[in-house]
Ligand binder design. Structure first.
Ligand code: 16G
Ligand code: ZN
Length: 533
């Protein structure tokens, strides 16, 4: 049975604010950090129960609000293999978070244990981490109280990135097995990535200096440790790495700033030279956006779609060189936000699937391929290799030196790429590997295809739940009649495309539009926005 008395004692210290309600959304719970005490306490209990459900395997909990403002925070749960919490349990999380009183919480827990048939005698193990937000330490304390309340054993991974936490979860759960994912420490993570990177770029000329904008977030901590290990092959210069300047996190910097405003952070503009490339991480280092200045000094964006095109083409080439073209199926997963030009480019080469926004949807769709490349346009993405495929790479007998090299490279890629979740630093190394192999400049990479001009706007509406979508969020089914009006508008624009979807993280509706010419894309977005409002 549940330790009701202990839970009650602790829960009373972490009472739910009566005026608030919470929802486990696309990115877990996310809101003002100062309101999350009870939520994080309850999430810890849920994570412990999830661990019991998984026979004591370790569950992860990450405290972060990613690219959102510094005063926000959030919490999400990571499954034993390092992926996102199963959808059915998101509902349980929401229920627990909204139980009004301690007694209601206990009742909800009891219902949950019954309904999901949890064996309470099993052990519970939770590993947790937080980003650099000022509200982090208090929320970690709330989490630890939750673990104490239910008698779970916890491991504090400290202040680290979201992808490192995902890596740790998988590594802990595969320790000592033949599927061992890596040594379960930050050092183990860095060692795994950098060893693979050095193998992949051996015999290549060193890369030119790369600017890395850390958004004044936790990515800087890991990047600082990464830089010296790889400086001979990939010199990097960090900017926006001040972790103790109040208000600096994500402020005028980072991947989200660059992608949303389609311009350089002012701090990067000061130092980026013509022809040089740079990249921006987000606040928890699970997204990355690249860019460069062309010969006229104009800003050019290399977003998640461009990363997908670059890396997928490279992997396909290696698979061919390895003689595995007919047995290893490489595919791409995108969302509706993928630039139409990228979708066209990729569809001419590979199977492409479109799914709803949110990493869990992309991740699960990518698992259906032997090698599944997924990226959101916003820079979140990774590559998944099925167990079978990794085995094939390792056991295929090469018939030529070229085939042997291709197979070795493929094995190294499976180690370089963080397959649990999008990882800015792992993705950065992946991009740099491809650029080094292709001897591409930013401009050459950029020329794979030409982005259609696009515009993303948000519209405040009275009730965003009135907006319902189908076809991977590309069409509205409700409000009635609205999609027909959007279609009518879109038809008037050359290469026009537009869709409307309710945000999963903010109380707004998002409108995306693209068209052949900049002015037309802006106009289409504006006019569709007018229909929604
Ligand atoms: C979350 C998602 C991200 C998605 C974004 C969309 C995860 C880990 N993160 O940040 O993938 O692009 O939400 O936000 O799933 P929206 O629904 O507000 O447009
Ligand atoms: Zn993030």
């Amino acid at each position: 049975t549940l330790p009701v008395e202990t839970i009650t004692q602790y829960a009373d210290k972490h009472a739910k604010p009566s005026e608030l309600s919470f929802q486990y959304g696309t990115a877990g719970f996310r809101t003002l950090g100062s309101t999350l005490d009870s939520v994080v306490f309850r999430v810890a209990i849920l994570a412990a129960l999830r661990s019991k459900k998984h026979d004591g395997r370790t569950i992860g909990v990450m405290i972060t609000a990613s690219h959102n403002p510094e005063e926000d925070n959030g919490v999400k749960i990571v499954e034993p293999r390092g992926d996102m919490l199963e959808a059915a349990w998101e509902v349980h999380a929401t229920n627990l978070a909204n139980a009004p009183t301690t007694a209601d919480l206990i009742a909800s827990l009891e219902t949950l244990v019954q309904a999901t048939k949890i064996d309470l005698s099993k052990p519970a193990n939770v590993v947790y981490a937080s980003d650099t937000r000022p509200s982090g330490p208090a929320l970690v304390a709330s989490l630890e109280d939750g673990l104490r309340a239910i008698g779970a054993s916890g491991r504090n991974a400290g202040i680290t990135t979201t992808p490192v936490l995902h890596y740790l979860v998988r590594s802990i759960n595969t320790k000592g097995t033949e599927d061992s994912y890596g040594v379960d420490s930050e050092e183990g993570y860095l060692e795994k990535l950098t060893t693979a990177y050095k193998k992949l770029v051996a015999n290549r000329p060193p890369s030119p200096l790369l600017l890395v904008d850390c958004a004044n977030g936790v990515g800087a901590l890991i990047a600082r440790k990464l830089a010296p290990i790889i400086q001979d092959v990939l010199p990097i210069r960090l900017i926006n790495e001040s972790l103790d300047t109040p208000g600096a996190l994500n402020k005028n910097s980072g991947a989200d700033f660059v992608k949303t405003s389609q311009k350089l952070p002012p701090s990067v503009a000061e130092v980026l030279r013509s022809g040089q490339r740079g990249c921006s991480l987000d606040g928890d280092a699970d997204r990355i956006i690249y860019y460069y200045l062309d010969e006229r000094g104009s800003f050019r964006l290399l977003d998640g779609d461009k990363i997908a095109a670059l890396t997928a083409a490279f992997i396909v080439e290696l698979v061919k060189l390895a003689g595995l073209e007919s047995s290893v199926r490489v595919g791409i997963v995108q969302t509706a936000y993928a630039n139409g030009a990228s979708t066209k480019y990729l569809q001419e080469r590979l199977p492409v699937k479109c799914v709803a926004t949110g990493v869990k949807h992309l991740h699960h769709a990518a698992e259906h391929y032997d090698v599944g490349v997924y990226f959101e346009a916003n820079g979140h993405g990774t590559v998944l290799f099925s167990d079978e495929t990794v085995k094939t790479f390792k056991t295929t007998e090469p018939q030529s030196p070229a085939q042997a090299t291709a197979l070795e490279h493929l094995v190294s890629l499976t180690q370089l790429i963080n397959q649990t979740v999008g990882d800015a630093l792992s993705d950065m190394l992946l991009v740099e590997v491809v650029l080094a192999h292709k001897t591409y400049t930013g401009a050459e990479w950029d020329s794979l295809y030409v982005d259609l001009p696009n515009r993303l706007v948000k519209v405040s509406v009275a009730d965003r739940t009135a907006f319902k979508t189908e076809d991977a969020e590309r069409r509205l089914t409700s409000p009635a009649g609205l999609q027909g009006k959007i279609d009518e508008l879109v038809n008037r624009y050359q290469s026009g495309r537009s869709f409307v979807r309710p945000s999963g993280t903010e109380d707004v509706v998002r409108v995306y539009a693209e068209a052949a010419i900049r002015g037309q894309a802006d106009e289409l977005a504006y006019r569709v926005g007018g229909l929604v409002y």
